[in-house]
Design a protein around this ligand. Sequence first.
Ligand SMILES: Cc1ncc(COP(=O)(O)O)c(C=O)c1O
Length: 448
Amino acid sequence: MTLTLEKTIETFKEKFNTSGKLREKGSKYIPGGYSRHSLTYGPHAIYVDHGEGQYLYTAEGHKLLDFHNNFTTGMLGHNHPKIREALMELIPKGFCFGNPMKHEYRLAQILCERIEAVERVIFSCSASESCLSAIRIARANTGKNKIAKLEGGYHGLGDEFMISLHPYPDAVPGPPSRPIAIPGTAGIPQHTRENVVVLPQNDLNSCERILKENAGDIACVILELQSGAGGLIVLDKEFVKGIRQITHKLGILLIFDETITLRMNFGGLQRSYGVKPDLVVFGKIIGGGLPIGAVAGQEKLFRMGETGKVYHSGTHHGHPLATMAGIACLEVMNEATYDRLHKYGNRLKTELNTWAKEKNYSFIVHGEGSFLGYEFTDKPGREYKSCRDIIKYSNEEQMQIFAFEMVNRGIFPMYRGQLAISEPMTEDDIEMFINNAKSIIETIFEGQ
Ligand SMILES: Cc1ncc(COP(=O)(O)O)c(C=O)c1O
């Protein structure tokens, strides 16, 4: 049997036909049927009825092994008893006050204890908001206006962060060593483009040159150590160490956006790099599945906040339910649990990469621990150093066939080719992924 894109989509549409109908119904009231366009999986999103452990149960009643986990957020899978208990403890007391509750500090304390660079924490409702707060804090503390971000870096929906998310060639993104700021969405004002300096991933010399040229204007560099929404790229350790030294020398603050990467190391992914940023942004797992974001870092950078000079407030910031669920989630995620998930991720990556190499297939799994990506590439052994490599070398059709065929078989990866391993998963789940992946890849390359 040859797997064609048309055939896999056809099977997908048949299998998830209730979801297709729900999307049509929703479209009468919400453009596109649902509020998050990123949920679309080819023709439409897969509607969920409920989740339990490592599984999702769709509106059609299909059981899916969930390697998506709401774009890495579901660290403990679904409906984890510890999170449920925490929420049930709070709900009878009420959960919307113009007053703080006594447990909020505890989530901040956990982050301060685990992450070396963190001395103070302020919560919001999303990492998007916390990224915006982080650059405001950086601007206030340095007195400078511009921000620098990596091409392919995603930091939420703020105007500045929508710049140069995907450097598609028809968007004229400039040469790789000097990317041009291009908007990733309509509706970005021209002055925003002028205030964002774009840096190439893993090219330290070019970054140094660009940062030096703009040092008098740049308040901060913000980056993901392993990027997600802009395409999975792992930053080299030497690159990150170099950026730390350069920013330090030039009076530029360094912000690590650990919204995703906190799931990869108990001390934040920064611990495995041995590099300390000035500010850190968190989100996703720190809310245990409820909406949250946090900006954190050195105490001295938050002093202006204490005096009210830097505004930071929102109706639901530090929401009692989100902080309660976040505490429960991080308490389950002790060092041993992190180690186990890391081991699972390494197994999945190593087994598939070793096998693909033996077979001479142009397929790789990359990334670290519990957050991985896969690519169908132009040649065996291709390595990806920047988001431009993804655009240049990845085979979009094979990527799609794989994504559809996986979910048609009952395994749910992120459509963009990424995987998030969750705490309820077992060796059997990893094996199930590996075996299905091998069988699909073989069919793609051998046409069997
Ligand atoms: C690295 C990173 N930063 C920021 C955000 C924005 O987070 P939120 O969706 O909570 O606003 C995301 C979301 O995917 C992210 O991956």
